[in-house]
Every structure is written in structure tokens, then in C-alpha cells.
Design a protein around this ligand. Structure first.
Ligand SMILES: O=C(COP(=O)(O)O)[C@@H](O)[C@H](O)[C@H](O)[C@H](O)COP(=O)(O)O
Ligand SMILES: [Mn+2]
Ligand SMILES: [Mn+2]
Length: 345
């Protein structure tokens, strides 16, 4: 699966990032999202693959593009056998977030990116559009920190694993009312909290790299983003655990259905019979092959955002593979027509 796809998916996230970045700072989050979706879909449909969206922009009724269940790639066409070789006809599952951090793009804030994860059929957990309690941490703390433990206990473990004092740790938490107690506990334990408004995929993956000055992500974000983060962390060898949150009273938004009981029923209808199960990265991204790709829309910890110059643009992407055990940063100059100069920096 990996050889050609690894290259093609760079262009998929690059095209989504370029399209979305044209709307950076314009206060139009829906447009920034929509153009990224369209660009991602268009580029994916030029790939010789048989893909199915397992995490996308919602159910078919609500989303015209990249909806869950949508088939993408040349080898999904009725005459695919004439067009594609046997390898390309193997079904693959794809999780996408064409614009992760739509608010960040709309308001010109750092940390937005176009992201996707790929695995063989069944290799990515088809998470419902619920929330997820998440714990991400560096490889050195993998399997040692535990989402079932308190933040205070996990900070002690992190401090030992990373051989630094708790005071030196930086924990990313989304700035939400639901996290007020968590933030207080982290601060009282002595660690520092970096609050983010959006973009917990980038925050989770940042834990996988030393030098980002992010040592853990704690708290509740969206479940689909949790699966995408888990795919990256699985391929990187970092720690990621997620637990579905289905109770609107915990999330403190009205965005996840009527009530707790109805949500449990919905989970059952999806064959999720233990709604409180804690999943680790290998369960959320269980495939033999896991590929992750991201391209910065606005600059963040991991990648520069899209920078336009006269006649072109420069992008920075990250492709992580559990097979080749690589985290590859890709720096690309895109030529629109015939630029007079190619901007290096
Ligand atoms: O920031 C996020 C928004 O993603 P997108 O809609 O693709 O721009 C994600 O990183 C978060 O995981 C998540 O969606 C957020 O935590 C939702 O929480 P809330 O704003 O409280 O509903
Ligand atoms: Mn998102
Ligand atoms: Mn999005």
C-alpha cells in the first residue's frame, strides 16, 4: 500500500491546505473548511486506490463532500479492474479532517492543518461524532501514563519518564469550561498549562516529538480527531489513549445528541457495547499499515503554514508511516503557471 500512496497523500493534504489558506484570516470558517474538503476530494479521486471514508465530514445527509462511507479513488469506478492493478484494488479506509482548526484558519491563528490517516479496510476505528477524553504523551511515557489515573499521578509518571521536574512540564488542554477542574489540578501539581482554543490533533502529535515543548495533551476533544491523532501516535510510537464521552453534561455543550441514554443506544447500534472502554492507539488505529499525513495551513509547532509568493506557494507537510518507521517532513514549492522566481525561504 505504502510506496506510491505515501507520495500521493502528501499532495492530497497540500492541496487542501493551499485551498484553505486562501481563506486565512477572513473570518469565514465554513468556506475555509469547504474549499479544503473540495480540494482534498478532487486530489484523492486522482489516485489509483480503492478508498472509503470512515471518518469524514459527517453523515451523507449533512455533508455533500467526503461523507462517511463515500468511496474515493480511481479504483472505485465500475470499470476499476481494467484501470487498476491488483494492489490498487485492495480496499483501504481513510479518515480525513481537511481543515483541522477551521476557527484557527478563519482568525489567522496558529496550528491549523489538513490531515488524513489511511489503513487497510477495518484498520481505523469508525468513531461516532461524539467526544473523546484523550491522553497523549511522548514515546518515553508510552504505556506508563494512564488515562484512568489522575492528572496529578500522570504528571509524576511523566516527570520520571522524561527525567525532568513537574514544573518543567507543559500540558496542552483545550480552553473549555469542562476542563476547569483539570486545569486547576495540573497547575496545583506544579506543571504548566498551554491552553488552546482549537486544534487538538496538532497538540497530540506534538507530544510525539521532543523540542515542541509540549509534554502531554489532556482533556476532552472530538472523537474523530482522536482516531486521527491515534493513527499518527501509533505510527510514531507515542502514547495515546481515548475514551468516548457520550454524556452532554460532561462535555457541557449541546452538540452530542439529546441525552446520555439516547447516545448509549446509538453506540450500541454501532456495535459499541462498552461505552466506557478505554482505547489505546493500537485499537483506534489497529491496521497492519498505518499512514498519516498532515500539511500546515497556518504555522504551528510541527509545520510551517502555507506561504504564497508571486506565482506560487510553499508548503510543509509531515508523513508518518508505521511500516517504514519514518516521520518525513516534506517541504514543497508549488508553481502556479510560470512564476518569475521560486522563493526558497
Ligand atoms: O478544534 C477542533 C475543531 O476541529 P474542526 O471543526 O475540524 O476545525 C478539534 O481539534 C477538537 O478536537 C474538537 O473538535 C473540539 O474539542 C470540539 O469541542 P467543542 O468546541 O467544545 O465542541
Ligand atoms: Mn477537526
Ligand atoms: Mn475540520
Amino acid at each position: 500500500m505504502e510506496n506510491t500512496l505515501g507520495l500521493e497523500i502528501i499532495e492530497v493534504v497540500e492541496q487542501a491546505a493551499i485551498a484553505s489558506s486562501k481563506w486565512m484570516g477572513k473570518g469565514e470558517k465554513d468556506i475555509a473548511d469547504q474549499v479544503a474538503v473540495e480540494a482534498m476530494r478532487e486530489r484523492m479521486n486522482k489516485i489509483y486506490m480503492r478508498g472509503r471514508i470512515v471518518i469524514g465530514e459527517g453523515e451523507r445527509d449533512n455533508a455533500p463532500m467526503l461523507y462517511i462511507g463515500e468511496e474515493v479513488g480511481i479504483c472505485t469506478q465500475p470499470n476499476a479492474e481494467a484501470l487498476c492493478n491488483p494492489d490498487e484494488l485492495v480496499e483501504i479506509d481513510i479518515a480525513v479532517d481537511p481543515c483541522e482548526g477551521t476557527n484557527l484558519v478563519a482568525y489567522g491563528q496558529p496550528g491549523s492543518m489538513a490531515v488524513l490517516a489511511i489503513s487497510e479496510k477495518g484498520g481505523l476505528f469508525a468513531a461516532p461524532d461524539f467526544y473523546m477524553k484523550k491522553l497523549a504523551a511522548p514515546p518515553a511515557a508510552k504505556g506508563k501514563v494512564d488515562i484512568n489515573k489522575s492528572a496529578t499521578e500522570n504528571l509524576k509518571i511523566l516527570s520520571e519518564c522524561l527525567e525532568r521536574s513537574i514544573e518543567e512540564l507543559v500540558i496542552v488542554v483545550m480552553k473549555r469550561e469542562r476542563h476547569n477542574d483539570l486545569i486547576k489540578e495540573i497547575r496545583e501539581a506544579g506543571a504548566r498549562v498551554a491552553l488552546i482554543s482549537d486544534g487538538d490533533v496538532g497538540a497530540a502529535i506534538s507530544c510525539g516529538f521532543a523540542g515542541t515543548n509540549i509534554h502531554a495533551l489532556m482533556g476532552i476533544g472530538a472523537a474523530p480527531e482522536g482516531v486521527i491523532s491515534a493513527a499518527a501516535m501509533r505510527a510514531l510510537g507515542g502514547h495515546f489513549q481515548g475514551q468516548l464521552i457520550y454524556d452532554p453534561a460532561v462535555v457541557k455543550t449541546g452538540l452530542i445528541g439529546e441525552n446520555r441514554e439516547a447516545n448509549i443506544d446509538r453506540l450500541k447500534s454501532m456495535n459499541i457495547n462498552d461505552p466506557d472502554k478505554v482505547y489505546d492507539a493500537h485499537e483506534l488505529a489497529s491496521g497492519k499499515t498505518v499512514l498519516f499525513a498532515a500539511c500546515g495551513i497556518t504555522s504551528g509547532n510541527l509545520m510551517n503554514g502555507v506561504r504564497f509568493f508571486n506565482g506560487g506557494a510553499r508548503t510543509q507537510s509531515l508523513v508518518i508511516s508505521n511500516q517504514s518507521k519514518t516521520a518525513r517532513f516534506v517541504d514543497t514549492i508549488h508553481m502556479f503557471g510560470e512564476p518569475k522566481t521560486l522563493q526558497l525561504n
